[in-house]
Design a protein around this ligand. Structure first.
Ligand SMILES: C[S@@+](CC[C@H](N)C(=O)[O-])C[C@H]1O[C@@H](n2cnc3c(N)ncnc32)[C@H](O)[C@@H]1O
Length: 450
């Protein structure tokens, strides 16, 4: 060994690992400007430039900062005299990223502090906060993960949202839901041909869930998974796959050859299920780019459906339908596991506005049914205003309408996910031992034959 090689390695420059942290910060900046997390990940140039472990780290960092935002803000709040002003939003996000690394991800103190200070110095607007960021990040790093762990689980849920879940499901269930939100969800796939599910599960090394979805705990890039190129399956959460199964299940003879409308269809997971079951599907959505993705998805799995770009409040089908699926726009509070930006991006006024839109969409959708036809109304929301109350109000508004109750065997034997009235209500805490599921509501309503 030479004298030179015996020497300690030179200190790592402060900028080491900075690119990934910078990308995480840019993702948060896009989210603060109103983008959803998926959109931010798509749009973020600095993230797009990353590969491999840097890319994975940037993503983990940004999602952890959002997932644990309430707790991280409490840790930061304990070390600053007063909350940072609104104009210091980026400085606050630099602190959140530092706190997330120390308190949630176990990153070494010096790497956290050095990169946080370097990030602060790299923007004119945050340079003046570099000293404060240095001091606070050091204190949070010194306290370690224990400081975050001892905070109550409700800390990561805004108060209005927490209270709404407590009222709807009770304190224990609200807690279980918030606990489920702390974990990254697994990847679920829907097989094109249910008869192939077991063979596909083996090929993919996936678990086959009782309701028919395939579940992978560690997936890697989706296009590299076996069966992707052949179109044997598509990505769809286990709960998201249930509404179309309920619609198909309303017809003992199946939906082959039946006229089916998929309203609010894009990007098309449910369209694919309905088309795979043989329905003559018309998929309607107002968003052109999302409808394009739906068309691409149909092509990849070799299924066909008519696609229509239209606003359902204005559009009318040529002929009434046997079956209608309305997967209405909603707050998405059932999908917080995969979209941890949602709790901080939504508010009660938005929920009220969405609920008014959902009622109008339900009335339109009911008008498209043949006598005896079936509507499944679904939302990926935990808010009763968007789910349970919509179904009750629709039944009160329309006299010739009856509920077709959901049966446990239709949803993989999950009686806890059926309400007293017979609607579907999944919670992120359901199937906890198998990795949880998104929060979905679905009601199945039949128009009278008369
Ligand atoms: C929950 S997402 C649908 C997800 C989709 N069903 C699936 O399974 O992949 C709601 C969709 O409703 C669409 N949408 C919202 N308002 C609409 C309207 N008035 N008319 C048609 N589509 C609408 C949005 O563009 C969005 O694609």
């Amino acid at each position: 060994m030479t004298a030179a090689s015996k020497k300690r390695p030179p200190a790592k420059p402060a900028t080491q690992g900075l690119v990934a942290r910078r990308a995480a910060l840019d993702i948060l900046t896009l989210v603060r400007a109103g983008a959803g997390l998926d959109e931010a990940l798509d749009k973020c140039r600095s993230f797009d430039a990353l590969e491999g472990s840097d890319r994975a780290f940037a993503r983990t960092l940004a999602t952890t900062a959002l997932r644990r935002q309430g707790g991280l803000d409490a840790l930061i709040g304990a070390h600053v005299e007063r909350p940072l002003p609104k104009r210091a939003a980026r400085a606050m996000d630099i602190l959140r990223l530092a706190a997330a690394q120390s308190a949630a991800l176990g990153v070494a103190d010096h790497a956290v502090v050095n990169t946080a200070v370097a990030l602060a110095r790299s923007f004119q607007e945050t340079a003046g906060y570099a000293g404060m960021i240095n001091a606070v990040a050091r204190k949070i790093a010194a306290a370690g993960p224990a400081a975050l762990e001892k905070l109550p689980v409700r800390i990561d849920t805004p108060g209005w949202l927490w209270r709404s879940w407590e009222r709807a499901y009770g304190p224990a269930a609200a807690r279980a839901v918030a606990e489920a939100h702390r974990r990254e969800p697994p990847l679920d796939l829907t097989p094109k041909d249910p008869a192939e599910a077991e063979a596909l599960a083996q090929r993919l090394g996936a678990r086959l869930l009782a309701a028919g979805s395939l579940r992978l705990d560690h997936a890697g890039p989706v296009p590299r998974l076996p069966g992707y190129a052949e179109g044997r399956w598509w990505v769809q959460g286990a709960a998201a796959a249930l509404p179309a199964r309920l619609l198909i299940g309303a017809f003992p003879e199946g939906i082959a050859g039946k006229r089916v409308l998929d309203l609010c269809a894009a990007p098309g997971g449910k369209t694919l299920q309905l088309a795979a079951a043989g329905g003559r599907v018309t998929a309607v959505d107002v968003a052109g780019p999302r409808l394009k993705t739906l068309a691409e998805n149909l092509q990849r799995v070799s299924l066909s459906a008519e696609t229509v770009k239209a606003d359902i409040l204005k559009w009318t089908p040529d002929a009434p339908a046997d079956a209608v699926l309305l997967d209405a726009p909603c707050s998405g509070t059932g999908t917080i596991r995969r979209r941890p930006d949602i709790p901080w991006a939504k508010n009660e006024d938005e929920i009220a506005a969405l609920a008014r839109l959902q009622s109008r969409l339900i009335d339109r959708a009911l008008g498209f049914l043949k006598p005896g036809g079936v509507l499944v109304y679904a939302v990926c929301s935990l808010q009763p205003e968007e789910g349970e109350r919509q179904a009750a109000a629709a039944l009160a508004r329309h006299s010739g309408l009856e509920r077709i109750p959901v049966r446990a065997e239709e949803i993989g034997g999950l009686p806890a996910a059926i309400t007293r009235e017979g609607d579907l209500r999944t919670l992120p805490s359901h199937l906890a031992e198998a990795g949880g599921m998104d929060g979905f509501f679905a009601a199945r309503l039949r128009r009278s034959r008369g």
